[in-house]
Design a protein around this ligand. Sequence first.
Ligand code: NDP
Ligand code: OXD
Length: 306
Amino acid sequence: MSVLVCITGRNNEKLMAKLQDALPDVELKLWPHCDDLESVKFVLAWKAPQELWQKLPNLKVVQSFGAGVDGIPMSILPSGTVVARIIDPQLSDDMAEYVLSHALAHKLRHQNYCAEQAKKNWKPRRARKGVTAGVLGLGELGKAVAQRLSDNGFTVRGWSRSAKQLDDIACYYGEAQLASFASGLDYLVCLLPLTDSTHGVLNRQLFQNVSNDCLLINVARGQHLNEQDLIDALNEQELGGAVLDVFTTEPLPEKHVFWSHPKVTVTPHIAAVTNLDTVVAQIAGNIRACFTGAPIKNGVDVTQGY
Ligand code: NDP
Ligand code: OXD
């Protein structure tokens, strides 16, 4: 059995060294240096090229290098392949901090004061009053974000696929409750996985339910957002602003309107970055489990796509 690491767009030297330290007896191959794809049973993947997946007839486990699994085309994997992802309290904590910091910055009008400073304008204003925040997705990250916002004085709602009961969070679920969930929100955070059902969920219809001063924070995937709907909603004062960490095309193209829109804050997909020190043991554990037939941890439901 062989293990293939196929992570593109980053330098994998440290990861390979740490994984090899954790698994001294295992031969790890790093894409594209693998001439025997037929023997591969375990793939650690992130932004793997599409052509790879067709060439792995004996695949048993795909481990995402991140929390999301949308880059793994589950429908074409050999039947029975287990797909696992990263679940890490540090990732949830980082995400909660990112969202809270941007929500507070909007409340306290930090961006306005930066713009006023550039013009040498002394223009004091009160903080924004609205504190109702809604989190789309109440999974590992969404729950942590909802709790952090609630702990910091926000009134929080959450929306998920199945019904939930959480302390301090008003829980909504399913399509039928989406409009009530969104009604009058001052902050709208997206932490849904990208699936056929969530693609394009951040659209004009949803924006028309929230308050006109609402801050959208998209930290899930770029494809959740209808970009033109966002620009129209911002330009027509239907939304107060947007913080975007994820984009349909990453890196965000130089000419993209988001870079210079006065109501948009762009960050380069850094809201919660997979931490080598905390995840290597988790990944190595799943590689060992694949060898021994033990249960794989943090598997997703391949029929639901998350
Ligand atoms: P989880 O799988 O733990 O949670 C997903 C949540 O979304 C669940 O509450 C689920 O509902 C809900 N959901 C799924 N489909 C629907 C639907 N059709 N309608 C309503 N709710 C739905 O995911 P995580 O919290 O771990 O991660 C969320 C996403 O965050 C990742 O998929 C990834 O894209 C993104 N991410 C971004 C990062 C960044 O740096 N920007 C870093 C890490 C992740 P239910 O509970 O009922 O199943
Ligand atoms: C992830 C991400 O899914 O970084 O982990 O986006």
